[in-house]
Design a protein around this ligand. Structure first.
Ligand SMILES: *Cc1c(COP(=O)(O)O)cnc(C)c1O
Length: 394
């Protein structure tokens, strides 16, 4: 039974996607990236499914996201790499969370927190190799890596890895970054560090640039069954979309030619037609920009979104087809099901599939399905919103 609005998350698909990606990529280690509430899918259930598929590391941006996973009972190796000036490094160290660090200041703060706690921190040094976000600049590698080695020698921390992140701009730019990263690995060795992990690639480079794989890749979008590429879709990669966003038709009405629809009348019926009201809006992550371009599936056919997407609802033109209140409306899901994809919604809204799945709002209950669902804290499979802590966190 489909809810009024719901995001159905197929955990078996996540597991199978990890298995598939690992078979294509073949690195010794695989990090599943579950930041931003698992790209909107729910961090803890996705993390468990990814681990079941063979991932041996989890990655998130913030320490707070890492702590949520620990609180959910997930004990797998876990890295958090984006920290504000007041980051709670002590809480991270106490919870066995590896810290991705981008400056000498952060290293000193972590070493200090480790000293207070009386146990070493595990850190991974982020090197700047061309993306120009965070990471240690090449000019500072010797100093920062040397400082890390000094802290390691006195037992305050262990440098477990060195990593960076690619711009995915072109193969040429990424190869330049790879060359830079190789110099960084040499600098780490010269500083006396022996790192277990070297990682650079996210899904795109992991698939297309073998030189970027090192001994671990960080897979985000691919594990959710979405393609990072414009020119190769998820099906072509052998991936299955894990999220289906759907709801039930809330109202149906006949209108005459010329009738305006939704705010500002930015669409008018060119002929007598039937309109169906879909109870998801921009509060639920439906992009307002998708007006008059995106499509939804109802009873096996696809229909255009017409007029403004409102906060809670939007309208589709079903022409003369027979649609009834309560019929299931699928906004996006796996292409094999004959429904639009998140990538198509992204194209319609001038954005990307990453944005479409991640933005699904907190008001949309996540319903977990698949054989793994019963093993999660999401409650019994097929029971919508069985666990309010899962559903409230989007
Ligand atoms: C988000 C992120 C990833 C995952 O990227 P995908 O393109 O989703 O695979 C990997 N590494 C870092 C540092 C990230 O921020």
């Amino acid at each position: 039974m489909t809810d009024f609005r719901e995001a159905v998350i197929d955990l078996d698909a996540v597991q199978a996607n990890v298995v598939r990606l690992r078979s294509l990529i073949g690195t010794r280690h695989t990090m599943a990236v579950v930041k931003a509430n698992g790209y909107g899918h729910g961090a803890a259930p996705v993390a468990r499914a990814a681990l079941a598929g063979g991932a041996d590391w989890l990655g998130v941006a913030d320490i707070s996201e890492a702590l949520v996973l620990r609180a959910a009972g997930i004990n797998a190796p876990l890295l958090a790499w984006l920290h504000g000036p007041d980051a709670d490094f002590a809480a991270a160290i106490a919870a066995d969370i590896d810290l991705g660090l981008s400056s000498a200041l952060q290293l000193r703060q972590v070493a200090e927190a480790a000293t207070v706690l009386g146990r070493p921190a595990f850190v991974q040094i982020k090197l700047e190799t061309g993306l120009n976000r965070n990471g240690v600049d090449e000019a500072d590698w010797a100093e920062v890596l040397g400082l890390a080695a000094a802290f390691e020698r006195v037992g305050r921390l262990r440098v477990r890895g060195v990593f960076s992140h690619l711009a995915n701009t072109s193969a040429e730019d990424d190869l330049t970054a790879i060359a830079s990263f190789d110099r960084g690995l040499a600098a780490a060795a010269a500083a006396g560090l022996t790192v277990d992990l070297a990682h650079l690639a996210s899904t795109a480079a992991a698939l297309r640039l073998p030189a970027a794989r090192y001994n671990m890749v960080r897979l985000g979008i691919g594990i959710y069954g979405q393609s990072p590429f414009d020119d190769q879709d998820a099906a072509a990669l052998g991936l299955t979309a894990a999220m289906t966003l759907r709801g039930r038709v809330a109202a149906v009405r006949q209108v005459n030619a010329g009738a305006g629809v939704s705010y500002d009348y930015l669409w008018r019926a060119t002929a007598d037609t039937t309109l169906a009201l879909v109870p998801l809006g921009y509060a639920d992550g439906v992009p307002r920009q998708a007006m008059n371009t995106a499509r939804v599936a109802i009873n096996g056919s696809q229909y255009p979104v017409v007029g403004r997407v409102a906060m809670d609802q939007f309208v589709v033109d079903v022409d003369s087809d027979s649609v009834t209140v309560g019929d299931v409306v699928v906004l996006f899901g796996d292409a094999a099901a004959g429904v639009p994809t998140a990538a198509e919604w992204g194209a319609a809204a001038g954005t990307i599939n990453y944005d479409i799945v991640t933005r699904v709002g907190a008001r949309v209950p996540r319903r977990y399905v698949g054989t793994l669902a019963e093993n999660t804290d999401a409650g019994a499979p097929g029971v919508p919103g069985a666990d309010p802590t899962e559903t409230a966190e989007a």
